[in-house]
Design a protein around this ligand. Structure first.
Ligand code: NOJ
Ligand code: NOJ
Length: 710
């Protein structure tokens, strides 16, 4: 190759890398996610249908719902233009790690991990989804093709456990083909060996007992800790933009802070976890939102999931959705990062619950305009459902038998995804306000500075409603339905009022109608809508997104100290966290002429996080409802906080009166800490004596064991 041609190739390669980095942006609020059960989507490579190392798990007739049916990564890649044409901008694919190879049913019929949740080698790709050498080729090809189409790839990542511990491979774990341990052969303590979880309100059982007979990984073991972090980094290296973390309520909570930190240190990424069931009535609700607010890991929104299913399928009143959103918004700091869904691979489809396409469209329109990042389950846009056994798992994991791009649902997703992604920032960044409601009608507004989206839904099958007294932040003027009448909507006229409450004309909202009216404002100062990740140490790369930043670089300030800006555009800035002391900051962006934007919260850590297990022996006596917590002198230890939200804990007491807890601490730092009792009524009792001191190891994992000081 001549040197000129070589240079040309280098430039091409650099351009390509830059494109990849852009595709990796951390701001997911403008995305619409399409969830795919890989095995059930499209068979793009028939050579991997029945691979030799796991022969016999494939059912070409697609009648055994527990067998592999042939869908694979190449199939998703081949359907990229169908996916892109729907307007979605991200795909969430089922776990792609190499799964156990044996029929779990010993004989017949086949029971196979076609869903991907029975991993045995996290360093390799499953042969049914990729190729028979378990290489990364098909995965890399898919991420490359997705990025070339402006689509991000989110991988489902099940770090809680391996595979079935009562059959098949008995939980066996491998590292690139080398056996590490199994349920019955675990000399190094890679697994917990506890009974199945029976009490889902017991924090110890949740994290340390066995979920669904899947062999439970011990993340505090330094080999497992580094194995899992190395494995997830490999997915990032091969182009993954984010992860849906499976079963996060069952993984050691403190350890997950360090997992998130290690992912963010590797490359920008978006993380959301399955904290089943984070509804506000669940006894673990407070733990659920504390976790989301502090780890940098967002969560699937199970509250909105059940409310939407209740309202649109079971015809409950809209107040259920309205109440859920307002409660969650007051508890989740990053509520626009919550990942919203009404269907998933774990529950019957909406059309099974109520076989009414109008209701499906209305639920989709709601989800796509609600606060949070919406997920559409593959096949919903084709009205697919199988109602066997109430349509529950596995009958919800239908074969994707149709790719019709002219369905109303496909068109609807396209329109609202486009509005979210490229024209109106209210959907991604805005607040959520109810404007008018009765049992059947819900009118709500999303607003980000002067970007406004007003949505009106009437779910009644037959009755239209007269709407009067509606107020909106839309400026005075006449608006046509953004959906162009797709779901029966028509225009709206707004006259001037005051204080952002402009009267709309009276109108009738016909039965089964969704109307969307919207306006886009011009910023007079920079407007910040997003920061991601929300937590990190000095030097970590962070993205702030919004509008009106201008094209020449300004500043991003942590107090008076600016972060080093790497890229600056009118809507997105990347920078590194400056060397400021640890704590919670209200970060402020200023444009190149010094005009300040609204501030946004970010937690500056002391250093990279590593997991440390704390034990305090013979702690002060507790009564029911009292808990021992850990608190100390850095943000990772709660900065001497003494409340449920600020201290680290609650600690766990399987060996009462000794308590323990795994937490993530700044590598190499010398920290001071104490244990406290927070009584059920909030009264705090400190242990006596001077503060404990500990120097956190620079890498690996740590442990501390002290006596309560009387
Ligand atoms: C939750 C997943 O969504 C579900 O499908 C799976 O069976 C369990 N976690 C166990 O991995
Ligand atoms: C106040 C507590 O009373 C004390 O015990 C603790 O050592 C300090 N906070 C932290 O320095």
């Amino acid at each position: 190759m001549t040197s000129r041609r070589l240079r040309f190739v280098q430039v091409l390669a650099t351009t390509f890398l830059t494109l990849i980095c852009l595709a990796n942006a951390q701001d997911f609020k403008k995305q619409v996610i399409y969830q795919i059960v890989t095995d059930r989507f499209f068979d793009g490579d028939t050579t991997n249908d029945n691979p030799s190392q796991s022969a016999g798990l494939f059912d070409s007739t697609q009648t055994n719902w527990f067998a592999y049916w042939g869908g694979d990564l190449a199939g998703i890649q081949q359907k990229m233009s169908y996916i892109k044409g729907m307007g979605v901008t991200a795909i969430w694919i089922s776990p792609t790690v190499d799964n156990e190879n044996l029929n779990l049913n010993a004989g017949n019929p086949i029971s196979a991990p076609y869903h991907g949740y029975d991993g045995h080698d996290f360093m390799r790709v499953e042969e049914h989804f990729g190729d028979s050498s378990n290489s990364w080729t098909a995965f890399s090809n898919l991420t490359t093709a997705a990025h070339a189409n402006g689509i991000k790839v989110i991988v489902d990542w099940a770090e809680n456990d391996t595979n079935y511990n009562q059959g098949g491979e008995y939980g066996a774990l491998y590292n690139n083909g080398v056996f590490m341990a199994s349920a019955s052969n675990d000399p190094n303590g890679y697994f917990h060996h506890n009974p199945g979880i029976s009490d889902f309100n017991d924090r110890y059982q949740l994290q340390y007992y066995t979920l669904e007979n899947l062999e439970d990984l011990n993340q505090e073991n330094s080999t497992i800790d580094s194995y899992l972090k190395t494995a997830i980094h490999q997915f990032q290296t091969h182009g993954a933009d984010g992860f849906r973390l499976d079963a996060i309520k069952h993984v050691t909570w403190g350890w997950e802070y360090s997992l998130a930190n290690s992912v963010f240190n590797q490359a920008p990424a978006f993380l959301y976890g399955e904290w089943y069931n984070n509804d506000s009535y669940d006894p673990m609700y407070h733990d659920a939102y504390k976790f989301a607010n502090k780890t940098g890991i967002s969560e699937l929104d199970f509250g909105v999931n059940s409310a939407v299913r209740d309202v649109f399928a079971s015809n409950n009143n809209f107040s259920e959705v309205d109440g859920t959103i307002s409660t969650e918004n007051s508890n989740f700091t990053w509520n626009n990062d919550l990942v919203t869904f009404f269907d998933s691979h774990d529950e019957s489809r909406l059309l099974t619950l109520n076989n009414n396409n109008n209701r499906l469209h209305e639920a989709m329109a709601f989800l796509l305009t609600c606060r949070g990042i919406p997920v559409i389950l593959y096949g919903d846009e084709q009205y697919l459902h199988n109602d066997t056994n109430g349509g529950n798992d596995p009958y919800n994991r239908v074969w994707m038998s149709s790719y019709n791009t002219s369905t109303t649902a496909y068109q609807l997703i396209n329109k609202l995804a486009t509005l979210r992604q490229s024209s109106n920032d209210a959907l991604g960044y805005g607040g959520f306000q109810q404007r008018w409601m009765n049992n059947d009608v819900y009118i709500y507004e999303r607003k980000f500075f002067n970007d406004v989206v007003l949505v009106a839904i009437n779910k009644n099958d037959t009755t239209g409603y007269a709407i009067s007294g509606l107020l909106t932040a839309l400026p005075a003027g006449t608006y046509s339905d953004y959906l162009g009448g797709l779901l029966g909507g028509s225009g709206l006229t707004v006259t001037s009022g005051s204080g952002g409450n402009n009267p709309a004309n009276n109108f009738t909202l016909p039965a089964h109608t969704v109307a969307v009216w919207q306006a886009v404002g011009t910023p007079s100062a920079p407007e910040v809508g997003s920061i991601g990740p929300t937590v990190g140490q000095p030097g970590m790369k962070v993205t702030i997104a919004g509008k009106g930043f201008g094209t020449s670089a300004g500043q991003v300030l942590f107090g008076t100290t600016a972060g080093a800006v790497q890229t600056w555009s009118d809507s997105s800035v990347t920078f590194t966290v400056p060397s400021v002391s640890n704590g919670i900051y209200q970060v402020q962006l200023k444009n190149s002429s010094g005009t300040a934007a609204n501030t946004i919260q970010f937690t500056v850590l002391t250093a990279q996080l590593i997991p440390v297990t704390f034990t305090v022996n013979n702690a002060t006596p507790t009564n029911t409802g009292d808990y021992i917590f850990l608190t100390g002198n850095t943000i990772e230890l709660g900065n001497w906080g003494t409340t449920f939200d600020t201290a680290v804990g609650p600690m766990l007491d399987p060996n009462y009166p000794n308590w323990f807890l795994n937490a993530s601490l700044p590598a190499g730092a010398q920290v001071q800490f104490k244990f406290i009792k927070i009584a059920a009524n909030g009264t705090v009792t400190w242990e006596n004596g001077s503060n404990h001191q500990y120097t956190v190891p620079g890498s690996g994992t740590g442990s501390v064991n002290v006596n309560w000081q009387y």
